[in-house]
Design a protein. Structure first.
Length: 74
């Protein structure tokens, strides 16, 4: 199973950094329930996830958040 290093950042909050499987990343995103949409690549189970990437939900105030990931195994 593929392993990713990932960071979820949001202004005014400590970044969440972890290394794990994709389902762990999705679980964290579901618990955080960030405003905006989760990157489409991660929603579709059959999608090919790029080896590395970044996504930023840009919105004024406390609704901005970002995700960065890098594939490290698989």
């Amino acid at each position: 199973m593929t392993i990713y290093a990932w960071t979820i950042s949001k202004p005014g909050r400590q970044s969440i950094k972890n290394v794990g499987h994709l389902d762990e990343l999705l679980d964290n995103l579901r618990v955080l329930d960030p405003k905006g949409s989760i990157p489409r690549d991660f929603v579709t189970l059959n999608a090919t996830i790029p080896d590395r990437g970044a996504y930023t939900h840009r919105e004024a105030g406390t609704e901005e958040w970002s995700l960065r990931w890098t594939r490290i195994d698989g």
